[in-house]
Design a protein. Structure first.
Length: 382
């Protein structure tokens, strides 16, 4: 018993439409993630392109076949865009559109009214390229951020490898050969793609939910105004950092930084001006530390830094750099920026190292204020 091509394509369309509705309702509307949106666009492109192939053999084939080819390539490009959005920024529109445009132009010059495989070489090459790139993007994700990275990468890679073999068979033997029809024709390709579409869709739904939870955790641990860690996020990461120190004797320093007379900025220039100053201080802090250091907003106009592996001398140099960096941003303001006072404390031994260091740095900070502000005081200097 042979499978009817049209029936199989209709079944594929029904499954794709069902997955599109479910994925949009479950993932996109909940998470609003770029990744989920791209995957929905991919399914919609595959669904529409496959639907247009049903016009083959009719008077509409002349336009439906090239359009179907272009939409399949666009769907593969959307798969790549979604995978890339998980790791970095999504591609630019021209990077998505150029391949479908080339495909539809090539199809238009390849007798689309009679040739159901018009521009088939371009179609299969672009499908191979984009699906393969998507597999690589997913494989390069941090495995600690998701439990579905490797299965999804393998599934995408399998589909990319299949399209590569399909393209080779198309170029070597042609679409009418028995080899191509048996292993890479419409029936086996539709069956293979149908199964992978279901597997990948549910895997992507899981990945989308994991990404949404990751974003929520990031929002819960970061200060909305400045973009740096909030108090809770800082304390959680600080405890993790000191547990990862090579030894308990590894020197590390905690710094409390507080802006001097910040209330006058709000009272004189308004809270929007005060917010801008807070953002400038946060930026100065992050630019002045190493990538391994932690910077957080402890509360109000007070900031906290953890410098793992750095002694008090190094920490004092960091405070000087922060103040210097802040002064360099003065041209962006039409009022004098406040200075900063610092309290420095080495992490002491004991069970609550971070809590004790904060307490000691807070006392040193109070001393810095009493001594005239705009200075750094060590906890062992008072």
């Amino acid at each position: 018993m042979r499978l009817d091509v049209v029936t199989l394509q209709v079944a594929f369309g029904v499954i794709a439409l069902t997955l599109l509705v479910l994925f949009y309702g479950v993932s996109v509307r909940r998470s609003h993630s770029t990744y989920s949106t791209w995957w929905c666009a991919a399914i919609a492109s595959f669904l529409t392109g496959t639907g247009l192939y049903l016009c083959d053999g009719t008077v509409h084939q002349v336009w439906a076949n090239p359009a179907g080819n272009a939409l399949l390539v666009a769907g593969a490009a959307c798969v790549w865009a979604g995978a890339r959005a998980l790791r970095t920024t999504a591609p630019r529109p021209w990077q998505i559109l150029i391949a479908p445009v080339i495909t539809v132009v090539a199809s238009a010059f390849d007798s689309p009214s009679t040739n159901t495989w018009s521009a088939g070489g371009f179609l299969l090459a672009f499908m191979t390229f984009f699906i393969g790139r998507a597999s690589l993007e997913i494989w390069r994700l941090d495995p600690n951020t998701t439990t579905t990275q490797r299965p999804l990468a393998v599934a995408s890679g399998a589909l990319g490898l299949y399209y590569l073999c399909r393209w080779i068979a198309f170029v070597a033997t042609g679409p009418s050969s028995s080899t191509f029809q048996t292993y890479f024709g419409t029936v086996p390709t539709t069956l293979f793609t149908m199964v992978l579409l279901i597997v990948v869709s549910f895997t992507m739904a899981t990945l989308s939910n994991e990404q949404a939870l990751k974003e929520l955790r990031a929002q819960a641990s970061h200060d909305e105004l400045t973009g740096i860690l909030n108090r809770r996020g800082f304390l959680e990461l600080a405890e993790s950092e000191i547990r990862n120190l090579p030894t308990r004797d590894t020197p590390s320093t905690l710094v409390l930084a507080d802006m001097d007379n910040f209330k006058q900025v709000n009272d004189t220039h308004g809270h929007p001006a005060g917010d801008s100053v807070l953002q400038a201080v946060a930026a100065a802090c992050t630019r002045s530390v190493r990538s391994t250091d932690l910077v957080g907003r402890y509360g109000g106009e007070e900031f906290v830094l953890l410098l793992p592996g750095a002694g008090l001398d190094s920490a004092e140099l960091v405070t000087e750099l922060i103040s210097k960096t802040l002064r360099m941003s003065q041209p962006a303001f039409d009022f004098p920026l406040p200075t900063i006072s610092y309290g420095l404390a080495a992490l002491p031994p004991g069970p609550d190292r971070i809590g004790n260091a904060i307490a000691a740095a807070d006392v040193a900070l109070y001393t810095a204020k009493e001594l005239g502000r705009d200075r750094a005081v060590r906890a062992d200097q008072h």
